[in-house]
Structure formats: C-alpha cells, structure tokens
Write a protein that binds this ligand. Structure first.
Ligand code: R5P
Length: 307
C-alpha cells in the first residue's frame, strides 16, 4: 500500500504508514501545482504495479480540494493501482442532508456520488449523520466509520475534574451521550434553533442540580462556532465554572476559535481530524484500525470501528 499525503497534511499519512506496516504501507509523493488561472496540476509518485493506493486528505475547505482530489484518484488508477482508497477524517457536505427549500442541492448525496465514482473505499471519523442514519445509505462503496467518543472521553477524564457533559442540540445527543457514559459524567442536552449561518439560539435548563461541575460542551463539529458561543453565553450567565468546548472536528471558520475563548471557554479542544492549534486529541491509531479493517474485509457490512 502506498499512502499519499495531501499537501500540508503529512502528519496523518506519517502516522498511518508505520501503524500499517502489516499492509506494507509506506508514504509516496503527491504534489499540486497551482496555475495562475486557478487550475491545478496534480502529480503523483506512480504506485507499485498492482499495488494499492490510499490518499490521506481531510476534507475541510472541500471545494478547493475536491477537483484535485478526484484527479489524483483517477491518475493513480490510470497508473496501475489495484484499489484506490480515501481516508478523510473530516467528511464534508454531510450536513446538507435534505432539501430545506425546493431547489436546494442534496449535497450529502451529491458529494457522495462524486467521491464514490473515484474511490474504492472510504475511512472517515464520525461523519455528521442526522437524517441519513448510516453512511452506507449514501456511499455505495465500502466505508468504515471511526468513532472518536473513546478518545474524547479519555481526554475529559484526564483534564476535567467533575465534568457535566452538555450537548448543544438534539443532533449532538448521540455523541454527547456516548462521551458522557464513557467519562462517567452526567449529561444534559440543550434545545437549539438555527435561524441563519451566524444566528443560533439555545435554551439552557436550570443548572442548579450540578453545582461545582465544569460544563463540557460536546459537539461533532465546530464550524462558525455560533452554536458553542450561544451555549457559552447562557452558561456564563448562569454562573457556571468556565466551560470547556470539545468537538470531534474543528473547522473554525473565520476567527471562531478565538471568539470562543473570548466568549468564556476555558479551553477549546478537538481531535486531530483537522489540523489546528485546538487539535489536541490524537485519533491516528483509531484511523489506522479503520483502514486495516477496510483493507482486510472491504465487503463486510460497515462494522463500527471502536477500540
Ligand atoms: C449541527 O448540526 C452540528 O452538529 C453542529 O452543532 C454544527 O455544525 C455547529 O455549527 P456552528 O459551529 O456553525 O454553529
């Protein structure tokens, strides 16, 4: 197996290669050249004849990445790769999972169709599954979903004394409940209303039952940060200890990271699915387990990857 790190993302591929020594994995070069007119030239180190190729590319900022990514996959196949896989710790476009207004794109399905046309398999971490219950509903290729909950819970156990886990909305309840159980912490789930990209309202129940606990806001994604900021404002007004924000994927649009710190977060911490100063929770070993499982039994029915 040759693992191709996306330019600027070598940490993931460098962690995967030694962890997958049993698959004879080693890293290989993938380079991009940006032409002045906005097109991109993709160049890959040819794979071993009949060998497998795995591109390691997390998919924040997906619009700029996707065309070169598809070209890279196609090129590897043309050059003789037997199987071309994708490890994308953050999988883009999963939140637009229905037409909220007639005429809107069903982005989750459309994006899945694009990737599935070029890759033989996909490994990702906690994709945003809400109205789509299972990634296999939209990805007609073998997929493995890696769950970060054990890593998030371990981080909370190690860094937060007497945590109170808080999910900011019903969609987060699935992750928050899993993390709370693993961290042996109580859980509350807030109600959220999103009125626009940057207009989020949440309601916080009476917190008097949890004196002395440190609120830990858990979400799958921090994007604009408005969800976490709205929850932080309520928690600070309720006089809690300074809350900690923990998420699987930190996209941090604009200056969201610093805005959350300014809004009163004691810390903002994410997994390494997207590179950022907040990405303190290493999930490389979990991802390697997902890749190994996919490679060894690609046709197994999407088993859950948990340690
Ligand atoms: C919502 O469906 C997700 O679970 C997150 O709560 C949401 O994506 C966070 O977005 P933002 O940071 O833009 O409020």
């Amino acid at each position: 197996m040759r693992i191709y790190p996306w330019p600027g993302q070598s940490a993931l591929a460098n962690a995967l290669a030694p962890a997958l020594a049993d698959l004879d994995a080693r890293t290989a070069a993938l380079a991009l050249h940006a032409f002045p007119d906005g097109e991109t030239l993709v160049e890959v180190e040819p794979p071993a004849a009949g060998g497998d190729a795995l591109i390691a590319c997390t998919l924040d900022h997906p619009d700029a990445r996707t065309v070169p990514l598809l070209l890279a996959a196609r090129t590897l196949r043309e050059l003789g790769a037997a199987r071309v896989g994708l490890v994308a710790p953050y999988l883009a476009y999963m939140r637009q999972d229905r037409r909220f207004r007639p005429g809107q794109a069903l982005s989750a399905r459309g994006y899945a169709a694009l990737l599935a046309a070029h890759f033989d398999g996909l490994v990702t971490v906690d994709p945003h599954l809400h109205r789509i219950r299972d990634l296999a509903e939209v990805y007609p290729i073998p997929v493995r979903v890696v769950h970060a909950a054990p890593a998030l819970a371990a981080w909370i156990r190690d860094h937060v004394r007497d945590p109170l886990v808080i999910g900011p909305d019903g969609e987060s309840a699935q992750w928050a409940a899993d993390v709370a159980a693993r961290a042996a912490a109580p859980l509350i789930v807030l109600n959220k209303q999103r009125l626009g990209d940057a207009d989020v309202r949440v309601s916080v129940p009476d917190l008097a039952r949890w004196p002395g606990r440190t609120p830990v806001l858990i979400d799958d994604i921090i994007s604009s940060g408005r969800t976490a900021a709205a929850a932080l404002a309520h928690l600070r007004a309720a006089g809690t200890l300074p809350p900690v924000c923990v998420a699987v994927h930190g996209l941090f649009a604009g200056d969201a990271y610093h805005e959350l710190l300014e809004a009163g977060a004691a810390r903002v911490v994410t997994t390494t699915s997207v590179a950022h100063a907040a990405a303190q929770i290493d999930i490389g070993a979990l991802i390697a387990a997902g890749v190994r499982d996919l490679w060894r039994a690609p046709d197994a029915a999407n088993p859950e990857i948990r340690p």
